[in-house]
Write a protein that binds this ligand. Structure first.
Ligand code: APR
Length: 180
């Protein structure tokens, strides 16, 4: 499913983010930047040790912030590492922190002249963020960013499994029809 915002495209696909041929892919990292499971593990495995070397030099990343490294052996030239919030009950600033993770990743991409970026569904795995609520934040933040910034041509969400894709498609439809 795709949506056009000005001249930019926001697309939703099912797949593996490590295989995306975009300028940058986004990692759902932790604050240590030392790797982990899920997306983090997959990106480090596929991208090779150069990514971790640069992460160690950077030293760490606060929740909601974003840093950038080489893409190593990946098709993508860059990996933007961001740290989503661990979901507790939605009353501990989780929505704002998740919004910051997406927005700061996009701001960093713009600063590097990146035209195409691929996101996973940040915080909805090990960090336990409810999928539909996270999708609303992810898509609202992305649509708002594309309305305000014409430099980024493509934002692709790479969802892991049909269920996640279906939830994102439902939320994007509601967003584009003005219901949320
Ligand atoms: N491609 C795309 N999406 C993926 C992939 C992949 N290869 N692998 C997992 N996912 C999906 C998961 O299904 C989930 O929907 O990415 C989403 C995020 O899940 P996690 O990777 O668990 O990330 P998160 O919930 O943000 O937790 C981050 O987990 O791996 C550790 O080091 C990481 O401590 C950090 C925490």
């Amino acid at each position: 499913m795709q949506a056009k915002i000005n001249k930019s495209t926001l697309s939703l696909i099912e797949g593996d983010i490590t295989r995306q041929d975009t300028d940058a892919i986004v990692n759902a990292a932790n604050k240590s930047l030392r790797g982990g499971g899920g997306v983090d593990g997959a990106i480090h495995r596929a991208g090779g040790p150069k990514i971790l070397e640069e992460c160690i030099k950077i030293g760490g990343c606060e929740t909601g912030e974003a840093v950038i490294t080489t893409g190593g052996n990946l098709k993508a030239k860059y990996v933007i590492h961001t740290v989503g919030p661990v979901y507790r009950d939605g009353e501990h600033n989780e929505p704002r922190l998740l919004e910051n993770a997406y927005r700061n990743s996009l701001l960093l991409a713009s600063s590097k002249g990146i035209k195409g970026i691929a996101f996973p569904s940040i915080s909805t795995g090990a960090y336990g963020y409810p999928l539909e609520e996270a999708a609303e934040i992810a898509l609202k933040t992305s649509v708002t960013y594309l309305k305000e910034h014409t430099d980024i041509e493509l934002i692709r969400f790479v969802l892991f499994g049909r269920h996640a894709l279906g939830v994102y498609e439902m939320v994007l439809k509601r967003l584009m029809e003005g219901y949320i």
